[in-house]
Structure formats: C-alpha cells, structure tokens
Design a protein around this ligand. Structure first.
Ligand SMILES: *Cc1c(COP(=O)(O)O)cnc(C)c1O
Length: 334
C-alpha cells in the first residue's frame, strides 16, 4: 500500500530553525493550506500545536474548522468573514468591505506589487476610511511578495511599499493591528526580522527554494513516500513493460509492480527519462494511473524522500510535488 511517512523529528528541527530566524515560535504562523501542502492537514496541525505553535494559515473555512482546536489564531486566506474568536479573514478587495459583519475579525491584504490579490495601494486610504466608518474589526494588515525567492532587487521595492502601507495605517490611528508580509523565502533571507508574524509554508516542510548564495538554513524534508509491492515476475531479455511497452528488459530480470501512480498524485513524467527512486531504482516504462514497475522484489520501496530533488527531475517545484499527493494515501507520523 502506498503510504506517506511524516517525520516528527525533521518537522521539529525545521520549526526550531525558523523560530530562531523569526525571533520566537510565537511569531511563526504555520501555513497549512491545501492539506498542509499535501502532508495531511490534521496531522501537521497536531504536530505544530505539540511543538507550541499557536497560529496557522489556511485557504478555506472548511480547513479552518478542521483544525480549530489546535490553535489560538487561524487566518483564512479565502473565505467570507463572519464573527469568530479564533478565525480572522484576509480581505482582498475594496468592494468586500461594505458587506462585512463589523463583528468579524479581518486582515486587510494590500497589493504591493504581486497584482493578484489585495487592495491596490491607491485605494488604501479609501479602504481604511470604510473600515473606520463601519467600525470593522481590523486586526491585521498584510501583503505577499512576488519575488522573495529570486536573486534581484525586486523584493526590496515591494518591502518598501509595505513600509509605506504600515505608515499609512498607523497614521490613520489604527491600533492593535498586526503587520505581516514574510513567506518562507522572505524569512529565510531576512537578517533582522521585525514584523509581528511570519507566514511560513514550504520551509516548515523542509524545503528552501532560495538560490544557494543565501546563507543556507539547514532544513530537513518532512515527507517521504512509499509504495508497496503488488506482484513480481521474472522477465526474459526483450520483454517490454507497461503501456506502449516503452521499456525493454535488456537481460532477464526480476521486476515488481508497486501501487503508486498518477491517480495518487505522482507525476507521470516521461518514460524516456525515468525518475530514479530514493533508493536508486529507475521507474521502468510508463507510469500507470495506479502502478509503476521497478526492478527487484522488495516488499516496500521508498519512492521519494526529498520532494525538491524529485521536483528538479520533473521540472517543477517542491510545492507541487507534495501538494499533488492524494489525500487518500494514508499518512503516519514516524
Ligand atoms: C502560501 C502562502 C504563504 C506561504 O508561502 P511559502 O512560500 O510556502 O512560505 C504565505 N502567505 C500567503 C498569503 C500565502 O498564500
């Protein structure tokens, strides 16, 4: 059976490293959106809470409800605000503001350059005026960087824009508003983190997508993916394996079928350029919806123990490798 192992030691190691960067674990909000980047929402919420993390970020109310009991504060990135002691809601559009229940807790997202979500800077004063006039519950002001992971000056002008936003909010008389802008890349890059909170996603799972010139913070992959053997056969030289018979056995070989495929969120890739498992076994022929073939007859194989390395093979990023993994694969903490 395909299974995912979650390493508690590695997760706690990453949280230690990130808490050092942020100044304390109280300043870390763990980003658990999209089934905790494929790691398993409630498992990761439970471990984060056990470590002492008190804040989380998710995409939907549905996700937030499932982890409510683990955290003091949960920020919902894409949901309609309603009054709640634990939940706060990112508000990303000026037009939303006139309809929000004043008892709801909201965090204004400002577009400082990514141009995807958030109130544009030119509308900030108008947004603050509506918030004041309607006595809305503004508890935070946030932004998101488009290029914190790229070696360029881009990050700096966006940071400067956010400083301007902070000044505008403060000089408009708002108090008890928290400011946050850092994702993993920004936190890993920053030398003197001084905001109220960092929203860390990919780094808690053990990946640093920054170019190597930055001081590397040692992180360890939390997830590893295993597949189980469903059958074994001894094939003669010249036998061809899988759809299209793309792989031809050179010398007679023992070949086994394992229960992982693109139906589980594993990438199909290109049979002519096979992925090599964590244990050094190339996938033989095409990946099927639910099965792959590997040489040998081991009962269980570790397909992946480093999603960043796998991502390089498939021409994608660690985020996609893990987030695609089907929620139906059993996850266990080791
Ligand atoms: C996903 C997300 C993050 C986390 O980003 P990482 O690069 O995984 O650290 C932070 N903030 C917002 C608004 C996000 O959507």
């Amino acid at each position: 059976m395909a299974t995912i192992h979650i390493s508690k030691d590695n997760f706690f190691h990453n949280l230690n490293q990130l808490a050092l960067k942020a100044g304390s674990k109280e300043r870390l909000a763990v980003v658990l959106k999209d089934n905790a980047y494929g790691h398993g929402l409630t498992i990761m919420a439970g471990l984060a809470a056990e470590y002492g993390i008190t804040q989380a970020v998710v995409i939907s109310v549905e996700e937030a409800e499932r982890i409510r009991s683990y955290f003091d504060q949960i920020l919902i990135l894409n949901g309609t605000p309603f009054p709640d002691e634990t939940f706060s809601f990112a508000v990303t559009d000026l037009r939303q503001l006139s309809a929000i229940d004043p008892a709801a807790r909201i965090e204004l997202k400002v577009d400082t350059g990514m141009h995807r979500n958030g109130i544009v800077m030119e509308e900030l004063e108008e947004a603050l005026a509506i918030i004041r006039n309607r006595s809305l519950g503004l508890v935070g002001v946030m932004t998101h960087y488009r290029s914190a992971d790229v070696l360029s000056s881009e990050w700096y002008w966006q940071k400067k824009n956010f400083e301007t936003v902070k000044q505008t909010v403060r000089s408009s008389g708002f108090k008890n508003v928290r400011f946050h802008s850092h994702n993993s890349a920004a936190l890993l890059r920053s030398k003197h983190f001084n905001e109220d909170m960092a929203r860390v996603g990919i780094a808690i799972y053990g990946y640093n997508e920054l170019p190597e010139v930055y001081d590397p913070v040692p992180l360890r992959p939390v997830l590893s993916l295993y597949a189980g053997r469903t059958s074994t056969r001894h094939l003669p030289s010249g036998a061809r394996i899988g759809y299209g018979g793309d792989y031809t056995v050179a010398k007679s070989a023992t070949v086994s079928t394992y229960d992982l495929g693109y139906g589980d969120g594993w990438l199909r890739g290109d049979a002519a350029r096979p992925y090599v498992t964590a244990e050094g076994l190339p996938i033989l022929g095409r990946v099927s919806m639910d099965f792959i073939s590997l040489e040998g007859d081991r009962e269980v194989v570790c397909v992946m123990d480093d999603a960043q390395a796998a991502a390089r093979h498939f021409g994608t990023i660690s985020y996609e490798m893990t987030t695609m993994l089907s929620p139906s694969i059993p996850r266990e903490v080791v």
